[in-house]
Design a protein around this ligand. Structure first.
Ligand SMILES: C[S@@+](CC[C@H](N)C(=O)[O-])C[C@H]1O[C@@H](n2cnc3c(N)ncnc32)[C@H](O)[C@@H]1O
Length: 281
């Protein structure tokens, strides 16, 4: 128990390609050790004696499908927190929402749709919910607001639905929001208010699943932050094209602070704001 079977170059390539074709996450050769150690945990848990045996297992019917989900849970990086990218949120709140609200008000369509794609345990989607709920007191009064959070990792989706967070998760949350929308319990547990929880629906979704992506339609805002950094150029381009198609003509697309679509997609236009940028059509 607890041993790491050294992965051969051939097995590394087989498993790397399998994972890549499934979800777009690409393990460069320099990440061989990372994949090896994550596989070791699953091989240990399933009693697989070799990488070849484990590869067989994940591809075998219903048992394989269950194991595959566990493998995906193991290899994804889920670091996140509330209010992670403040310049982005400020621009959305003060510039982009008023702009879109004006367009939609003219045609009498009082509904906003937002998507946190690669939401991890929900902090990003719930941050959007808090900001939108505040706006509902004024600019978005009587508007329908739909916020969707999706992730490939089932464990983080369950955590998101639960809505209980650690002090680490809320470390960047402004005092105003922390007091208003969390109940602090013993053991530094921050329980999210039901009002905010109700505003977001979470589900498991693989962004690399072409068929499912076709149904993610008509979003005013799409956030896909710190997700595509694990993809290669080809898989990034494929996923970003879906975001392009699924965004409203006047909508905005956001990536993480250290990311850009340079060389990935030349259809999106870059819109700068203090401290960052967004994309639109
Ligand atoms: C580092 S977290 C980012 C969380 C949040 N967006 C943020 O910026 O704080 C990356 C998330 O992307 C998810 N992810 C990676 N590949 C994915 C895929 N193919 N489909 C859906 N989610 C994916 C991971 O499971 C992980 O939860």
């Amino acid at each position: 128990m607890g041993y790491t079977v050294k992965i051969s170059d051939k097995d590394f390539e087989i498993l790397r390609d399998y994972i890549y074709n499934l979800c777009g996450i690409y393990f460069h050769t320099s990440k061989k050790y990372f994949l090896e150690s994550r596989l070791a945990r699953r091989m240990d848990a399933t009693g697989s004696k070799s990488h070849a045996e484990y590869y067989q297992l994940v591809r075998s019917g219903a048992t394989g499908a269950v194991e595959l989900r566990r493998l995906l849970d193991e290899i994804t990086t889920n670091e996140t927190c509330f209010f992670r990218n403040v310049p982005q949120l400020t621009a959305m709140e003060n510039k982009f929402i008023p702009e879109i609200a004006a367009i939609k008000s003219k045609i009498g369509f009082r509904k906003l749709r937002l998507w946190s794609a690669g939401s991890s345990s929900g902090e990003e989607a719930y941050t959007l919910a808090m900001i939108l709920l505040e706006k509902r007191a004024s600019l978005l009064k009587d508007w329908i607001i739909e916020i969707v959070g999706t992730d490939i990792n089932e464990t983080v989706i369950s955590q998101a639905k639960e809505g209980i967070y650690s002090a680490y998760s809320v470390r960047n949350t402004p005092e105003y929001y922390r007091r208003k929308y969390f109940k602090e319990e013993a053991g530094e547990r921050f329980v999210l208010s039901p009002e905010i929880k109700r505003m977001v629906s979470f589900s498991q979704l693989n962004l690399y699943d072409e068929n499912k992506m076709l149904f993610m339609k008509s979003f005013d805002f799409i956030f896909c932050a710190n997700v595509l950094i694990y993809f290669d150029l080809a898989s990034k381009s494929k996923v970003v094209q879906h975001f392009y198609n699924n965004l409203q003509p006047y909508g905005y697309f956001f990536v993480g602070q250290s990311e850009s679509l340079h060389g990935v997609n030349d259809k999106f236009k870059t819109i700068h704001f203090p401290g960052g940028f967004a994309y639109n059509k």
